[in-house]
Ligand binder design. Sequence first.
Ligand code: HEM
Length: 156
Amino acid sequence: MAMAEKDKELIRGSWESLGKNKIPHGVVMFNRMFELEPSLRNLFNFDTTYVEDYLSNAALLDHITKVMLVLDAAVKNLDNLLALKDYLVKLGRKHATAGVSIKAFGVVGESLLYMLQCSLGEAYSAPLQQAWLNLYTIVEAVMSQGWPTDSEHKAD
Ligand code: HEM
């Protein structure tokens, strides 16, 4: 769960301004996600009928805020991602229980990169993209440990 120093620097630098405006950036990310995969809205157990109208969908905005806070925690703990391990595994478990497939998380990652590209403009470089991909891959991999394994399913 260790990140390269260069990756950490790139991530911290890019998050400095983004992290101050989490909700608008989170909205760009979620817009992209539903554009790429409209069926994902069915995975939320709250009403996403008016998903285009984010500001009037308190539940969705609340989830967007939560996602951004998890990313913020990851950025703040780049030197010790292990500290987030138990939390992330439990978070994965909550999503599994809510009926979310881990496959959906790939689209979230893609949308995160899209949001970064939109927000950072020329500052969005190949090494920066790779650094974020490395971080997101760790978050996703740890969360995925919260999904029950096949043997657990059989035991049910
Ligand atoms: C398409 C992908 C996703 C879907 C469909 C989804 C859906 C949900 C749902 C339905 C809940 C409510 C669970 C419950 O019943 O308590 C939830 C909670 C939450 N989600 Fe997601 N989620 C997604 C991705 C993510 C990602 C990528 C993150 C963070 C990296 C995240 C962070 C959270 C947090 C922090 C909560 C609150 C958990 C708690 O109550 O402690 N979600 N999500």
